[in-house]
Design a protein around this ligand. Structure first.
Ligand code: ZN
Length: 148
């Protein structure tokens, strides 16, 4: 009986000197094919651009150009955002007081900003409230005297 053959996992794709890699070229102002001239470990260190024949340090494609990666901030005007959150609340808004305790979704009325909804809690003493004119950070639960 032949022992069960274990198929080894395919080795990770290693880049060798002389291989083509995608890298950023400052002269070409973009990602182009480069020949690896030198490497340390798995990482190419020096490359030559196929397009401009320039030699430079390896820059991995897709770094430093992260414009929209981390925060996909919704491009919604504050008024629209406010309308959207106001749809979810009913009843009479609670008057805003610095000593009040607010949780997410609380419908409140501010003397200056009007009606709003708590959409975020920054800390135990700061809440973010969506008002028609924008999101405001308000103090809450300030019975404890701050700055003593
Ligand atoms: Zn180039």
């Amino acid at each position: 009986m032949s022992p069960a053959k274990k198929t080894p996992p395919p080795p990770p794709k290693t880049i060798e000197v002389g291989d083509d890699v995608d890298a950023k070229c400052t002269k070409c102002k973009g990602v182009t094919k480069h020949i690896v001239l030198a490497k340390i470990g798995w990482k190419p260190t020096r490359v030559e651009c196929h397009t401009c024949k320039g030699q430079h340090a390896f820059r991995a494609p897709g770094t430093a150009t992260r414009k929209t990666a981390a925060k996909a901030a919704p491009d919604i005007p504050p008024e629209e955002q406010w309308k959207a959150v106001m749809k979810n609340v009913t009843g009479t808004p609670r008057p805003y007081e610095t000593s009040g305790e607010y949780t997410l979704g609380i419908h409140m009325k501010h003397k200056k900003f009007g009606e709003g909804v708590v959409i975020g809690l920054n800390s135990q003493t700061v809440c973010e409230v969506a008002f028609e004119e924008g999101i405001k950070k308000l103090i809450m639960g300030s019975r404890r005297t701050p700055g003593s």
